[in-house]
Design a protein around this ligand. Structure first.
Ligand SMILES: Cc1cc2nc3c(=O)[nH]c(=O)nc-3n(C[C@H](O)[C@H](O)[C@H](O)COP(=O)(O)OP(=O)(O)OC[C@H]3O[C@@H](n4cnc5c(N)ncnc54)[C@H](O)[C@@H]3O)c2cc1C
Length: 452
């Protein structure tokens, strides 16, 4: 029997596609290799704590995740980050130094905090002041690496101690490879228009300040983000046939081989990682979209005997500091409802580009390494009462220089293959809201094609 739609990949992109198809009255078949739906979204409950084994929140400014959450009736479960307690530290020469106030990502907008910070030396501070005179380009120009872009404006130290750690916590990526046009397009626009990023940010400050006052930075769900994927799976129970197996091949026509058997469909949505999508289609350029590998180590401690004040959201570790930890979140502070009063929950992020080998280390070795670094950096000597490790091989797409051109080329080829659709974190945004949006768009295109 020819199916209307087969979706490959049951992460948030595939689930969103299936949901919006179902809403349009179009049944689909979802093929997922893992036993669990949700992809990298995975929440565990341990000793009263809510552990996010993958993503822990989404950017509130991007509306698509919240819109879906509302449709699913989960709005009362939405909680915001405790932004009044937001302070992020960066490790410099072995000590935690707070990010200065007034930074818009790596762009300084206030003089006093910049002058007084110990995070940057005087040459960088002078350079940041002189950046005001950076001439406007008038156009966006060629794609460049984020590192080259920032170095041109603020110098190398700003790359090493601001941009690199800030980006590592999001992309697990290397700023000397990441694309300014794909990763920080707003700053490329500001450069084109104002020359100086500081000038550009200050010009748009009033609007941004109003937005910042009304919107928290991050949102999540009280019981963890898996509430979202679970709610989607539950909602789709009757409308979607789920096949728990790895899709082995895809052929134009369309047909998908699963467990050695060919399933036919009018439309195929590849909502899996680009390397898997590329392998299924035999498209080398698609398979070549780079991905970083990372892992999350969650550690729970008894509050009594835990001798750190947890006065902020956590810390970032620049590569220059040569640690295995990339970032650590002090979960109790960042979000309410994540840990009971008598527990402290730390979420540590490791890996990232060039650090893939860490994924093959044993749990014992990883745990020992993380504990040692938490002792050095935070002075934590207590032993955790529980810990969990989640490994994420090749899960986070890297938008490297030339990404937009590559994706444009791939999407033009997709257009020449009616019935084929791509959705997922490799294309137009790696965060959960963007994945929801891409799933919705794929469903919209299918509904339109079927109506024509
Ligand atoms: C550790 C980590 C932390 C993150 N933190 C955040 C965060 O805090 N906020 C945020 O917004 N974003 C975060 N992200 C990014 C975001 O979570 C992901 O980009 C997004 O969830 C990806 O969804 P997806 O459905 O596109 O892909 P995935 O969730 O990777 O799902 C793809 C699915 O396809 C399946 N699959 C692959 N090949 C096949 C095949 N041949 N047959 C069948 N199934 C197949 C896989 O098993 C997988 O389940 C994080 C990502 C990671 C890895």
């Amino acid at each position: 029997m020819r199916r209307p739609v087969i979706i490959i990949g049951g992460g948030i992109s595939g689930l969103s596609t299936a949901y919006f198809l179902a809403k349009a009255g179009i049944p689909s078949t979802l093929v997922e290799a893992r036993p669990r739906l949700g992809g990298v979204i995975w929440t565990e409950r341990v000793e009263g704590c809510t552990l996010e084994m993958g993503p822990d929140s989404y950017l509130a400014q991007k509306p698509w995740a919240l819109e879906l959450i509302r449709e699913l009736g989960l709005e009362s479960e939405v909680i915001a980050s405790n932004d009044h307690l937001r302070k992020t530290y960066v490790l410099k020469h072995g000590r935690l130094v707070p990010l200065p106030d007034g930074l818009m990502f790596m762009v300084p907008t206030r003089i006093l905090p910049l002058v007084s910070t110990r995070l940057l030396g005087w040459p960088t501070k002078f350079r940041m002041a002189l950046e005001w005179f950076h001439p406007p380009q008038g156009h966006m120009g060629e794609d460049r690496s984020v590192a080259a872009f920032v170095e041109q404006h603020y110098g190398r130290e700003a790359v090493d101690y601001l941009t690199e750690p800030l980006l590592s916590g999001v992309y697990g990526g290397d700023p000397s490879r990441l694309s300014i046009l794909s990763v920080l397009p707003r700053f490329a626009e500001l450069e084109a228009r104002y020359g100086s990023l500081t000038k550009g940010v200050l010009h748009s400050r009033r609007r941004a300040a109003a937005e910042a006052r009304s919107t928290p930075l991050f949102q999540t769900l009280r019981g963890g983000l898996q509430q979202l994927s679970d709610a989607l799976a539950e909602r789709l129970r009757d409308a979607v046939e789920v096949i728990r197996a790895r899709a082995e091949a895809v052929e134009p026509g369309w047909r998908v081989r699963v467990n050695g058997e060919w399933l036919e469909a009018e439309h195929v949505v590849l909502a899996c990682e680009a390397h898997n999508a590329g392998a299924l289609l035999g498209w080398e350029d698609l398979a070549s979209v780079p991905y970083s590998s990372s892992l999350i180590v969650s550690l729970g401690y008894a509050r009594r005997g835990f001798d750190h004040p947890l006065n902020g959201f956590g810390f970032l570790v620049p590569r220059k500091e040569r640690k295995r930890l990339v970032a650590a979140t002090w979960v109790n502070v960042k979000f309410s409802h994540r840990a009971p009063e008598d527990k402290v929950l730390l979420r540590c992020f490791l890996g990232g580009e060039g650090q893939e080998s860490i994924l093959s280390e044993s749990d014992e070795s990883l745990l020992a390494g993380v504990q040692e670094e938490l002792r050095e950096i935070m002075g934590v000597t207590a032993r955790p009462v529980f810990w969990r490790i989640a490994r994420w091989p090749r899960s986070m797409a890297q938008y490297t220089v030339g990404h937009q051109a590559l994706i444009r080329e791939i999407e033009e080829r997709v257009e020449r293959h009616p019935g084929l659709h791509l959705a997922g974190n490799a294309y137009h945004g790696i965060g959960i809201p963007d994945c929801v949006r891409m799933g919705r768009q794929a469903a919209g295109r299918i509904a339109k094609a079927r109506a024509a």
